[in-house]
Design a protein around this ligand. Structure first.
Ligand SMILES: [Zn+2]
Length: 241
């Protein structure tokens, strides 16, 4: 039996900004392109994001796929966008200052991906120290957590959002350095029992996470004023197809 003469896979090394690990990725295939087109046509934003998660995972070469933090995932996505579709992007942007016929003035602008992608990388421990003898250990915020728990709760009060996320991510409690794993059905009770000072520390942990985001700066051709827009949902702004 002979093997099919398929196009050899081009590999690109990517050093992740947060974990500092190096992974290898390949461009998306036509089959994956079709999956993404289907995902984009869905009315449910979650379908689109889940398709993105699957495609990025497919494009990471190797058997043991690393668990990527949200920042590392976003960075990998942008590199995948670069090798699959190119290093520039054309985006329709709305001016924040002027309107034409009651609608915000909008225009298409070309941007270089490496110019618009910004990173704020912090080394945040998975352990949140509450008192000298009590600490919480949280799982990393992954893209999976982001699409399943963060996006659906975005409309909620930020404190509520962090409370719900803390329940989801709680992994263990450290009491006098003894690591006690917490079962799924016990997580809510642990978080519910925190006082406000402790919850402030949890909230600080969420705010201090590393981020990879896009920053668009342009001068409106209509009113000549400067605009600046920050976007965090990179797959939504930089399509792969
Ligand atoms: Zn304008």
């Amino acid at each position: 039996m002979s093997t099919l003469p398929i196009l050899p896979v081009e590999q690109t090394s990517v050093t992740l900004p947060e974990s500092k690990k190096t992974i290898k990725i390949r461009p998306i295939t036509v089959r994956e392109e079709q999956m993404l087109i289907m995902g984009a046509e869905s009315d449910v934003q979650k379908d689109f994001h889940e398709m993105i998660l699957q495609v990025v995972n497919n494009c990471i070469i190797g058997e043991n796929k690393p668990i990527l933090s949200l920042a590392d995932f976003s960075y990998t996505y942008m590199k995948l966008r670069e090798i699959s579709k190119g290093t520039t992007t054309n985006i329709n942007l709305k001016c924040q200052h002027c309107k034409v016929n009651d609608k915000p003035f909008s225009e298409n602008k070309d941007f270089q991906l490496d110019k618009v992608m910004k990173m704020d990388i912090k080394s945040v421990s998975s352990i949140i120290k509450i008192t000298d003898s009590y600490a919480l250990q949280l799982k990393p915020i992954t893209f999976d957590v982001y699409i399943n728990h963060f996006i659906p709760n975005l409309e909620k009060n930020i404190r509520t959002l962090h409370y719900l996320m803390a329940i989801e991510l709680l992994d263990a409690v450290l009491v006098n350095d003894e690591n006690i794993k917490i079962a799924t059905d016990q997580k809510k009770e642990i978080i519910d029992s925190l006082n406000q000072t402790a919850m402030n520390k949890v909230q600080e942990w969420f705010i201090n996470q590393s981020t990879v985001y896009a920053e668009f700066e342009w001068k409106c051709s209509n009113c000549k004023k400067e605009n600046k827009v920050i976007e965090v949902d990179l797959p939504f702004f930089f399509g792969l197809v």
